[in-house]
Write a protein that binds this ligand. Structure first.
Ligand code: SAM
Length: 273
C-alpha cells in the first residue's frame, strides 16, 4: 500500500539512519524493560516491524538467544542494507532483515512474538497492520508494539527552547501524517486488531543537564523534520537554525539545571484467544 498517508516521510538518507542508530542505543534500557515485560525471551521466533537500522532486532536477538531467531522487516532497502551490515559486523547471526511493507504479511512466519518500535504511528490503520501480521502468530504468542506519547516530552523544569522543540515535533509528525501519541492508545489498538490485551507498561527516559544524548536526540529529530515544517509553514529553517539547535538546547538545559524527558515509550502486549 502506498497512499500518501502511509508513506514514511522522514526518509532513510545516511544522517537519518545515523540518528536512528543513536536513538537505538539511548533507548535500549527502556526497550529492554518493555520487551521483557511483554515476555520476549529465549528460543522465540520474533518479527520486528519497521526494523530501521536494526537496534530493536539486535536487542530481541539477544533476548531470544542462539536458539531463537529474529526477522526485521522494513520498507527501506537502505535501512535493510545498513541493519544487515551491522549484524554481520557485530556477528549477530540469529537475525536477518528483509525489505517489505508492514501492511502485507511478512515472510518467515510463524512467530512467537511480533514487535516493533515507533513504526505503527506512520500507518493510518495500526490495528489492520497488527491483524494482518497476527495471522502468523503461534498459539500463545504475543503481539507487542512500542509507541510514544509525545505529550509527556519536555524539560523538567520547562525551558523555552525545549518546549518549542516539542511543539515543532508535534507539527512535524502531523505533517508526516503520523500519530506521536499512539502509545497511549495501544490497548485499544490491540483489541481492534482482534487480540486480547494482557498487559501494558510505560517507561520514560530522562537525560540530566550535561548529558549530550537528550539534545542530540531532540535536535536530530527536528533536523529531519525541517523540510516538512517549512512546507507546512509551521516553522522556518531560519527560526529553527538546525546547525546550532543541539548546542543551544544543551546550553539551555545546563543553565536551567533541567532534565530533558524523552517521550514516554509505551508497550501493550496481547495474544490471540
Ligand atoms: C522511526 S523509524 C524506527 C526504526 C526502529 N524500529 C527503531 O525504533 O529504531 C521507523 C521505521 O519504520 C519504517 N517504516 C515506516 N513505514 C513502513 C511500512 N509501511 N512498512 C515497512 N517499514 C516502514 C521506516 O522505513 C523506518 O525505518
Amino acid at each position: 500500500m502506498d497512499t500518501s498517508q502511509d508513506r514514511y516521510e522522514l526518509g532513510s538518507a545516511p544522517p537519518e539512519l545515523e540518528r536512528l542508530t543513536r536513538q537505538g542505543r539511548v533507548l535500549e534500557p527502556a526497550t529492554r524493560t518493555l520487551l521483557r515485560a511483554a515476555g520476549v525471551g529465549a528460543g522465540m521466533r520474533v518479527l520486528d516491524l519497521g526494523s530501521g537500522a536494526g537496534d530493536v532486532s539486535f536487542l530481541a536477538a539477544e533476548l531470544v538467544g542462539p536458539t531463537g531467531e529474529v526477522i526485521g522487516l522494513d520498507q527501506s532497502p537502505d535501512a535493510v542494507e545498513l541493519a544487515t551490515t551491522r549484524a554481520r559486523h557485530n556477528r549477530i547471526d540469529n537475525v536477518r532483515f528483509v525489505v517489505g511493507d508492514i501492511h502485507e504479511p511478512a515472510p518467515g512466519g510463524p512467530f512467537d512474538a511480533i514487535i516493533g518500535r515507533v513504526v505503527l504511528l506512520y500507518s493510518k490503520d495500526p490495528a489492520a497492520v497488527l491483524r494482518t501480521q497476527a495471522r502468523q502468530l503461534r498459539p500463545g504468542g504475543v503481539v507487542a508494539p512500542i509507541e510514544t506519547d509525545l505529550t509527556t516530552a519536555g524539560a523538567r523544569p520547562a525551558t523555552p527552547l525545549a518546549s518549542r522543540l516539542v511543539s515543532w515535533a508535534g507539527a512535524g509528525f502531523a505533517a508526516a501524517n503520523a500519530n506521536p501519541t499512539l502509545g497511549r492508545e495501544l490497548w485499544e489498538v490491540l483489541r481492534e486488531a482482534g487480540l486480547r490485551p494482557l498487559g501494558m507498561l510505560g517507561v520514560q527516559p530522562h537525560f540530566g543537564p550535561g548529558d549530550p544524548n537528550g539534545p542530540a536526540l531532540y535536535a536530530g529529530m527536528i533536523r529531519t523534520m525541517v523540510p516538512l515544517l517549512e512546507r507546512t509553514g509551521a516553522a522556518t529553517a531560519q527560526e529553527i537554525d538546525p546547525d546550532t539547535l543541539e548546542e543551544r538546547l544543551a546550553q539551555e538545559l545546563i543553565d536551567a539545571d533541567a532534565a530533558l524527558a524523552y517521550a514516554q515509550l509505551l508497550c501493550a502486549w496481547g495474544t490471540k484467544d
